[in-house]
Ligand binder design. Structure first.
Ligand code: CO8
Length: 302
């Protein structure tokens, strides 16, 4: 299944670029007997997508136990789902949330970077790049409904959205904690964070690998709003209505104006970025750090 998905996924970066070129086509939706106004857009093993035909809002729910880690299969499904929505004119906005308790996403699947061949690491990193290019460059209004912890790649994913609503729960944290694993967030993770919270907070957050509590995240602007856990999704829906009230072309062009220079930087450096990742991640010392981190995760559990 995953190899089929991988082969069918010849991605182009849509979003802003299709807006500029006017290249847009209709996607197909599939009626579900379980939803009156919602179409079960897709229900792949790891991500469920429902599109509400009344308001054009898609709900993308991560359902990859135990912690929605971003494996190669997950990233491939994510890119395909988002591409389908991107090409569907009836879809106006996407709310991203988790169907797993306590975790929005644990970030990149560490096992994809541990004791793997350079070829595998390269393929994995390309999928991470595609996830970021598609989500950060999406023409749709994107809202992260963060109903659990969201470290590292999970934080990146949330930062790619236009607006972030987080559950007001002291047990949840969010941030780019890569240095705690002995690894370094690449320049486009750093750029995304700097674009979200500014240079100084990014400098501190990245060096110390800070995971912020929900309250701290709100204070530095890493999330836009905290609400009780049971209101995360309803608040996301209300917020979406406000964003969708803005004329779409004006909003899209404004978004593009803000994000395109950052996107262009990765587009111009995709291959060197992959090479750099592979060289770095396959080093013995880095593999040792990752191994120790995995051990720590297991020990913490017991
Ligand atoms: N990848 C793979 N497996 C994971 C991950 C992950 N990111 N996170 C957790 N798991 C596994 C655990 O090892 C555990 O496995 P097992 O059941 O076999 O022991 C299982 O998932 C459940 O984990 P927990 O018991 O810890 O679940 P909790 O609900 O208690 O906690 C958390 C959930 C808070 C998400 C916690 O699991 C956690 O902190 N995980 C680590 C998150 C993390 O540090 N992620 C960083 C990933 S690196 C990244 O995203 C960017 C890398 C950029 C690379 C740049 C290189 C150049």
């Amino acid at each position: 299944m995953s190899s089929v998905l991988r082969h069918s996924a010849k991605f182009t970066t849509s979003g802003f670029f299709s807006l500029l070129s006017g290249n847009c086509s209709h996607g197909r939706t599939f009626a579900s007997p379980y939803f009156v106004s919602k179409n079960r857009y897709s229900s792949s093993p790891k991500i469920k997508v429902d599109l509400d035909s009344n308001n054009g809002v898609a709900l993308m729910q991560f359902q990859s136990p135990p912690v929605n880690s971003l494996s190669l299969d997950f990233l491939t499904e994510f890119a395909i789902s988002l591409e389908k929505l991107e090409l569907d004119r009836s879809c106006k906005g996407v709310i991203i949330t988790s169907a797993q308790p306590k975790v929005f996403s644990a970030g990149l699947d560490i096992l994809e970077m541990f004791q793997k061949s350079p070829e595998h690491c390269a393929e994995f990193w390309k999928a991470v790049q595609e996830m970021w290019l598609k989500l950060y460059g999406s023409n749709k209004v994107t809202i992260a409904a963060i109903n659990g912890s969201s470290p590292a790649g999970g934080c990146l994913l949330a930062m790619c959205c236009d607006y972030r609503i987080m559950a007001d729960n002291p047990r949840y944290s969010i941030g780019l904690n890569e240095t705690q694993l002995g690894i370094v967030a690449p320049f486009w993770f750093k750029d995304t964070m700097a674009n979200t919270v500014g240079h100084r907070e990014t400098e501190k957050g990245l060096q110390l690998g800070l995971l912020y509590s929900a309250t701290e995240a709100l204070k530095i602007g890493l999330v836009d709003q905290l609400v009780p856990e049971d209101q995360v999704l309803s608040t996301a829906t209300e917020t979406m209505t406000k964003w969708l009230a803005i004329p779409d072309h004006a909003r899209q062009i404004s978004k593009s104006m803000m994000r395109k220079p950052t996107i262009d930087r990765l587009l111009a450096n995709k291959e060197p970025d992959i090479k750099q990742f592979v060289n770095f991640i396959t080093k013995d010392s880095i593999q040792k750090s990752i191994g120790m981190y995995l051990e720590m995760l297991k020990r913490r559990k017991s």
